[in-house]
Design a protein around this ligand. Sequence first.
Ligand code: ATP
Ligand code: MG
Length: 215
Amino acid sequence: NPAAGKAVRRYRLGVMGGTFDPIHHGHLVAASEVASRFDLDEVVFVPTGVPWQKKGRNVSPGEDRYLMTVIATASNPRFTVSRVDIDRPGDTYTVDTLKDLRAERGADTDFFFITGADALAKILTWRGADELFDLAHFVGVTRPGVELNSPAVAHLPKDKITLMEVPALAISSTAIRERVARGEPAWYLVPDGIVQYMAKVDLYRPGPENLSATR
Ligand code: ATP
Ligand code: MG
């Protein structure tokens, strides 16, 4: 039996959650860097449903954010997109995301949740935070202007978290929405297909119902 004594390699799945309104090269570089460093087989991007932390502004429809995520990841054979969060009614909590993906993927998969250092610092305030560490290893990536060694992170279990520097891309979805609203270019901050999709469905342009989306 050639398989005897050979440890079966467990599948290594990265999970990148986000509002992705719109997805940009910061997200893509972070996912790519973590995939390389942790030898991930796949990174699944999971656009949020109703982003409960962002209730102050109008968030673009889930279907648009989902399609932009598909467009941006289509060329990478290791990148996929999941609908678990946009198809689940109600607010999105990371604990539900991870449970749904675990149920879908089975027990032979190790999970790596990829998140920006800003989001990681808030992890203790997430619902079910204590449970999260049983569901996944957490990878906090740098983003410009956010200190990795924040006091909040120092309290978290060290064996469950890796902090990692990725090439600093001073890109945020907020800045892209503001640029588009001002008629400035978004080329090279997001994949070409995202520039084209934003124009096609008229996302972020100033208009009676879009104005609040940029504030
Ligand atoms: P917004 O400005 O609307 O908050 P965002 O650019 O922060 O958008 P999100 O969808 O909120 O994008 O981010 C999803 C995840 O990606 C978060 O964990 C966030 O910290 C991380 N992230 C966002 N931008 C970068 C970047 N430039 N480099 C590394 N990580 C990033
Ligand atoms: Mg953000």
